[in-house]
Each structure stands twice: as structure tokens, then as C-alpha cells.
Design a protein. Sequence first.
Length: 1200
Amino acid sequence: MTISATDIKMRQSQRLTDNPDGGGRMVQTEIVDGQMNNLFPDIGDEERTTGRATLRKLFVHVDTPTTDVLKDAIGVLVDPPADPRVQVSMFATGSYSDVRADARNRVESYITRGVESRYILLSNHFIGQMTVQFYCMKDAPSPDINDNLCLTTNGSGYTPNEQYIRVKGILSRTTRTFYDDSGAFERDVIVIETVNALTFDFFGQEVSRYTSAKPPTRIYDTNVVEATSYHSVKRLTAAAKPGDLSVQVDTPYVTIVPTSTAETAVSDVLAGLGTISYVAAGPAGTLGLNYSSSFAAGAPVIRFLGNPMAVGSVKVLAGSVELTDDGAGGLASATSSPWSGSVDYLAGAVTIAHANGIGSTAISITATPAGAVVEQGFTDEIAVTQNNQGYNWLFQIAPLPAPGTVVVDYRALGKWIRLKDNGRGQLIGKPGQGSGTVNYATGAVVMTAGALPDLTSSVMVSWGTGVLAEARTGDVAIAPPALHFMLGQVGIVPGTASFTLRVAGADVPVTDNGTGGLLIASVLRGSIAYTTGEVMIRPITLPDADSRLACSYEYGEALSAALQPVPDGSGVVAFLVPNGPVRANSLALDWTISVATGPDGMPSTPHTMRVLAKDDGAGNIVAQSVGGQGASNVLGSVNYTTGAVNLQAGRFTVRQVSIPTYGRVDGRWKVTGYERKDVEAQFSAGTLVSVLWMVAGAAQASATESLALPPVQLLLTPTISDSIVPGSVRFTFRGRTYVDRSGGLYHSIDPVTGAGTYAGAIDYSAGAANLTQWLAGGSNTVQVQSLLTRIADPGTAAVFFRTPGSPLRPGNFTLRALTLDGVQLTASADINGVLSGASVRGAVDWETGVVKVQFGLMVLAAGNEGQSWYDPAEVVGDQVWKPTLVMAGSIYIGAVVFRSIPLSAVVIGLESVRLPSDGRVPAFKPGQTVLIHHTVSHIIATPSAGQNVSFGRGRQAAVEVRDAAGKPVESAWYTTDLDGGSLRFSDPLNLSAYTLPLVIQERVEDRRLVVQPQITGEIELNTSLTHDFPVGEALISTALRLGEANGSLDLQARVVNLFDQATWGNVWSNELIGSAAPATYNDTDYPLLVSNADAITERWAIRFTNSTTFEVIGETVGTITTGVTSADCSPVNPRTARPYFTLKREGWGSGWATNNALRFNTVGGLAPIWMVRTTLPGTPEGATDSTRFRVIGNIAGEMQ
């Protein structure tokens, strides 16, 4: 007996409700074709108002008394509901007994908990709150609107709880300064508004410097795992014809949960991603620590090295086991080991643990000191087009990237996917999202996407760099320490000052040579600015730490003036000093110059330098310092009698200024590095020149002072004007090592706590370390182990980023930025996304949130051909685009982001927070089977015997005849020619049981595989179409493979996995546990008997209660009967009143004993399916509606 179409039944599950226990096992009740409410209930008024997801479970059942195979069985939805506000989809869990609560959990597992995020919960949060506050590092990106986070409480002594939250908006992000025993430190504090209220209390902590400190509640990122595949039906939105390799639908998504949208305005948001580049600030391996410690099982031991550490540089030797830094903050052994650890690069902390616990063990740690360069990332992008769409993408980025800073974003099927550089040259993401490599030496970034990027989207890359910074540990020009202080009076009379230092208990005199020099034992050891009273003494041996400084001098009135002289073409200014004559050695001048650092004369970061000069007593004006560097060049002259001054205020050479270099890389003009070279100083009209002097012969008075010993000053960058990177300083002076923290200097860093002793301050811009504590004796030589300097902001001429959330409301986007020379640029986007403004052009993609911006303007091309920024591709007519450099950290945007309005899970039937924010999931995936089909109805008003009906096309897949009431007409009354495309009514013909007219529905179809769905709605197919499929009438259905959950493509009752076990302990395992029983069942000669009609999918255990009697236990049905080996065992299926299976008495061997078990599984000729009816809010269209489900399979060479 073969399977006929009428043998394939649709049956109900135990409970057709939306209660948590809805669904369950299959019952005998059949779902009658065409019967109203045969599966779903009516749609109520509140459901139409709020929307709802209704879940129902049904079964496909091959109802035959045999085990005939329904081969390659698939289920498809062939007709969508007529109401556009109702969508139907289906999915399979593979469970024959699960209930709605289980199915709901499967649906909501679309979003699951991922790895721990970089956010740390700040303070406690309580039930009902709709704001969450956390802190993070500066380079941690803010969450986007509609992002999901998971709060999990698992701290000792706290009740475990977990909740998923969705971001409604970013209320604030501020950089705040905090303090602990180690001094000041900064963290960003973010406050978000959530779409759903907290349902549990969650417990955070106060801000800590160290990432190793964890609160009871931790914040996790979430993964999109798509725990199930959804299947639906959609109409074609474009006609398809034979030969086509794709079809077009409106969207590849189907709505699972109803949502409504609202708007969230975002403003003053920094464009792009912040980065922290850990750039080596000293020789490799110069940070080190050795200690011994005992380790409790799994308990971490933390030690601090005092400075930030370069990514990937940490090595730990734990006993004889070496742990290496993976670049992502982890420490691991190359071989299996109980040792593990982690690294906090910024805090300079290394944490080590032993899984099993171990006694006192020697630990050795080495690392490379680093400076943390904080900046907005450099950016680039590649637009995804028909010509380049693929899985592999290559970027050539400049400036060269720093390890651990590269981020690549791409968008697939409407979802953004991010891969991050792990610090060891690898791009990694969540499982299945892709991978890639980063070459830090060449700037080559290769990314292989885990899914095909969407057409019209962008692949975007962001990174930080270390090439604009330089380690300065080898500077031999660092001068011995000096004392800097101010006298209580100004206008010191030259030659009258004297000072006494207390060194090793003895007085050391310091005398004034009358020309601004200070002498110790007739050797020049300092200077004095007579007019201002500034004193610098550089003694051979530093004074005693608790001593005071004795001063005596004569002083008179010091005059001052602020002048604004106008330079001539050579940079020379001329002016008169008021109220002369001028006393020799009393004239002091102070002004600022600017140096050009932009390429080809372009505006650059204002690089101003302070120039200090004085007269030398002989009428010459001599420079004392330029930009903090010592100088001695003559810049002019003064006539003491008349007060006439001629000063070279500009147009003189400034040595070794850091200048960014630019070039065209991969088609874009960008910074590539920097160089140091001599440049010409510029002095502009209107610049103030501060003049101080004393009048010759003026009255004078005497003064004595006893001053507290000033800090000792060390100039750590004497030959350059670049700023020091905070946190990168480590030097040894007089046998004591000092490190910097947030502008303070500390020594004696405790490796256990990380705390140190405050010892002074550091001026990062001047490169000056000012020590208030130092050891007596020892060398005055400064040994720098770690120091990093960085040039000024090089700017960017283009930026590519995505907004903090999407889609955006069209026409609502603004941008502002500052050029390097301080000019503000503004722009806005029109309804088409075109961005325009003075010196700004670009575009905004409202759907994806991708923004592409270029800064510059069109200028005459002629005469600019030799400029480094000139690009022939940018020439339009006689004009060419000239880039303008802006500060990356000054680009701020404003936009309006659409977001979903959450409704109660009780109201809409599912928890929307654990589903995509728009409530949609993919209905088409690569590798899915799809059915492209078109059905035409032929109405036969008065059919006659022998009448032939031609369809006008051939190669039908199916023909169905129904009467006017929808009742199927028995196939005995007609025959079909599917190849020829016709139907012939029988002769004789008796249709008295049917209501005329008859409706013949004939369908043509092509079954194909999905190669790639596009976000545009294009569905690419593996082979070409063979039929015409008209727009609006033809449909495409994704097929659910009915037997796939059982490891087969077929539906057939069968017995699998039979084995015996000596002892069965109620553990349902498909593998033998322990030893086999001494006896066995002979299923070779006496196989178990099952049928499609009666078998269910179940795991069974036949457990012996003595040597001949047993009980029959099912995993879900429980203990249902007992039996003996002397008789056949046929436990009855109450649904059919026939056996689930039959065990033949002849199959039992001897030797069975109590608690022996025979284990086997039965697979029924049935398939469970969950149907989802999603009702969207709105007015219904029509009083009744329906959808059609069809099972297709092969039997004995036929298709049913």
C-alpha cells in the first residue's frame, strides 16, 4: 500500500492556546481544510489595536498502517493572508512535546548573552528604573540606540538574576576625574535610557581605576544567534521570466512581533569611534617584577608594574610555565596548563590565577612600557556595489594602525556586524561573523565577512595610530636638575643679588655676575631675570631636602608695557620703550610666534610658541628660549638712552619642529606620519609684545628673604616642543624611580596595591618634571626608562562613520567641525541625504545611518597641479577639489533616530526586547529551499462529461478542483495532464454532491535553492527559472524541510539506536552508559514493528524488574505498561488504539536481570510545526482571511 494525498494529515496539538502550556503532543483531531478557525482564533479588537504574535502548534502526519516513505518532504505556505496587516510564518523546534513557553524561548533566543562588555555598572539600580548608569574607558564606544545589553547578577551572596535591556537613548556621556590612593584618573560615565523598566535590583560599584574590580552585576554584550529559521511566503514585486537567476520581493524579512516606532533625537555626538593606542614608550621588556606567592584554587593574584604596557608585550613565567599576552588582555600558556591570567594595559596590572591552587611559586613578569594615546579614530570605507559585492575586502590604511585599535563594520541583511583587532594582527568577531588580518607594518587590512555585505551599504574601518608619537628614552641632552623660584620683588638691580643654599649641612653661596648669570664657586650655575625676579639655579649638589633658601638683593621699580608693533616684510618690528633711559640688563621681552605645520601652505593646527628674550647689557637683544627650548641667537638691539628697539620678532628659524606628512593612500589624501625640520617663525600684526624694564638711575631699596626650598625641575624634553603623552613617564633620579599619573609624580609604587607616594607634578606641554621629594646624595643624572611624546593634531580631510542608531528620519541631520586653524564649519542634509555646507560635502544614508563627509572646497585647478593634495579625478571643468583639514575630535553630529515602542509581552505575546528592534527576522537564508510558484484559477460554470479544459500553459506542478463552497472534488471525476497543461472531466460525470461553479486551480512552480538574499529584496537563486512569473500574482515560499529535525529529509516511522545496558538510572542518553547487559534483544531476526499511523517520536526504556518481567517507560509518556518475555509486547497508543510498537517475544534472549534495560528510540511519521500569526496594529481589511499550508513529497516516483 502506497501513500496517497489523503493519507497526509494535518493534526492539532494538545492545546490550541497562547497559554504557556499551549501546544504539546499531537492529538488525533484533524485540521480540516478550509474550516473557519481550524488553527488560529479570531483576531480581537485589542489585538488590532496593539498588535500581537499568536503561536499555534500543528503536526504533519503520514497516516498509513505501513512504514512507506514520504520522501523529501517539505512544508510551504502557499498563500499569504489577504490583509497586509497580518503575516504568517512558521518554524520548527524539533520537539514533539514542547509547549508554547518552550517555543517562545526559542523565538526570543534570537538575542542571547555574549561576552562581558567594557561597561561597568555604577552604583545600585532598582526595580522600575528606566535609566542605567555605567562607566568605561574613553575608547569604549557608546551603545547605539536600539542596542541590547544583558544585566547579570552572579556575585557571591546575591540572588542570581538576569535581564535584557534595550537602549532608548544616550542621556549623557561625560569624562570625569576620580581619585584613589594612586592619584587622579579619568573615566567616562554614560547614562542611558532604556525602553523597558528593570524587573530586578542590580548591584554596581563605585568607579575603580582597575578593570579587575568587578561588581556583583556585570554588563554583557549580546549576540544575534537566530536560534531558529523562519519560513514564510511573499509576493514577487517584479516579474520573473525563464532564464532569470533571481526574483524580487519587497523585503527578505518577515515580521514576528508587532512594533510601533517613535523618534529619539541625538545631538552633540562625536562622529566615529574613539581609540586608545598603546604605543611603546621605552625599550622592549624594560618593565619587570619578580615575586613569590601562593595561589588558592581559581583565586586571582594581581600585581602592578607602575606604567601602562604595550599590547601583546607581557610575558609571565609562573614557575616553569610561560604565559604570553594574547593582545586582547588575556594570558595563556602555549600548552595545556592550570595557569591563566589577564592584563590591564592602561593600569599596568597583571592578574594571575591557578585553576587547582598551588603553594608558593616564583613569578616573573616582563613588559614593554607604553603611553596611551587617546584620539578619535582615523576612518575609511568602501561602498558595496553590484561590481564589488563579495566576502573578501582589502583596505590599505594610513597612518599605520596601532595594535588592538582596528575596527571593521559591515552590514548584512540590515544588521551591523563588527570585527575587532585582537592586538595580534587578527580581526575577530562573534562566531560566524567573519575574520581577517591586520598588518601593522604595512597598513594592509584584509577582512572576510561571515555574511555577504548588503548592496548600497558600506564596509567601514576605524583605527588609531602610534606613528604620530615617539619614544624619547635615548635623549642625552637632559640637563642636571635645577631650582626655579620667584623673588618677592621685581626690578632687581643687576649685580646685587646673592643666595645661600644649604648642602650637606654647609652653606653654599650663589652670586650675581651683573649680566643675568649666577655663579657658584666662580662657575656659571644659573640665571636671574632682573625685571621679573625669576631665578634658576642648577647646583652641583642639590640642597638638603628640609633646608631653606636665603636671598638678598636690591630692587627698584620695574615698568611694563604691552605693545602691538607691526612687522615689516622681514619680520622686524621697531618701537620705543616708554619712560627711558633703559637700565642695562633690565630689558625683558615676551611674545608669541606661529609656525606653519600644514602641507603646501594649508591651514594647520595653531602651533604657537612663546619667545623670551633680554638684553645682554651691551645693547643686544638675545633669545633665551623659543617654545621652551633654550636659545641664544641675537634677535635685535636696544638703545638704552632713547629706548629704541629693533627686534626680529618673526622670520627667524625655529629648529626641529614636528610637521605632519601627508600623501595619497588608496585613493585618499591623509596623514602618513611626521618629520622634524627647521621652519620659519611667523609674527603677525596685532600680536602683543610684553616689555618689562627698569629706568636707569631710578631709586632702589634692599630686601632679604628666606624661602622654602622650591621643587627640583627636570626638563625631560629639552630639544623638542612636542607634548608628553600622560602616563608614559618613568625615570630614575638619585636612585629613586618616578612615574606620572594624571599630572602628578609618584615613587615607591606598591606592586600589590598600585599606590605610590606623591613626589611632585609634571607639565606635559613643557616637558618639565617638578620634584618635591628626592633622595639625598647620588648622581644628578636622569635616566629615562619610558617617555612618549606626540605631535599636534594632524587633522583629517574626510570622515566615514555610522550614526548611533538607525534608521534616521530623513532631512534631520546636522554636522559641525573645526578646521585646524579654528574656523567652524557647519552642514546639514536635505531630504535626499545630500550633505552640504561651506567647505563640506557628503551624504547620509537614512536607512543604514552611514555618513560620508569630505571637507574642502573647489578651487582653480590651474597652478595647483604640483600640490600633494591634487587629484585629477576630482577635477570638474576648470575647478578641483582642495581638501581642508579639520580636527577629528571636533566633528559633532545631530540626528533623529527611529526606535521601537515596547509593549508588554503579555499584550503582544512575545518579549520584544530579545527580538530585533523592528520585530523582523530573515525569511530567506542561503541554502534554503524556495518554491517560486504561480496559481491561476479557471471557473467552470457547467462542467460536462468528457469536457477538456486547456490551461494555456504546460508543466503544471499541481491541479486542484473545488466547488463553489470550497469543497475538494474527488479526483475520480477528472484526470489531469500535467505536462500538457489540461484537465478532462470523466464520462460519466456525477457532480450532484458539489455546488457549481467549479474552480480549477493549476499551479506552475520552480523549486530552487537560495544563493544569497539581498537587503533590497532580491533573492539570488542557484539555477535559472523555467516559467513566467507575473508581478503581484506569483509568490515565493521558503520551504520547511519536515524530516530535518530527525536527521532525515523523509517522513517515515522507524526504530533507531537500539542497545542494551546493564543498569539504567533514568538518564535518557543515546549512548551506552556503563556496561552492556549480559543478555540482548535479537532485532536482526525479530525487528521491532512500527507504523506511520501509530508510532510517535519518543525515547523508550524496557527496564527489567526480574529475569522475565519488565516495565515500558517513555521519556515523555512515562511508564505505560508492563510485559513479560514470553509474550509479544505491544503498548497501546491511546490516540489510535493501536500499538506504539511491537516487541516480538522471540527476540528476547536469556540472562536478563533486574534493572537491565533495553533502550531504543522510535521516530514517528510526523513532523511538528509552530505557526506564527503576527497581527500589526491597524484597521482590518475584510471580515475573513486565511493562509494555506501545503505538504509536498515524493512517493514511488510520484509527487503528492
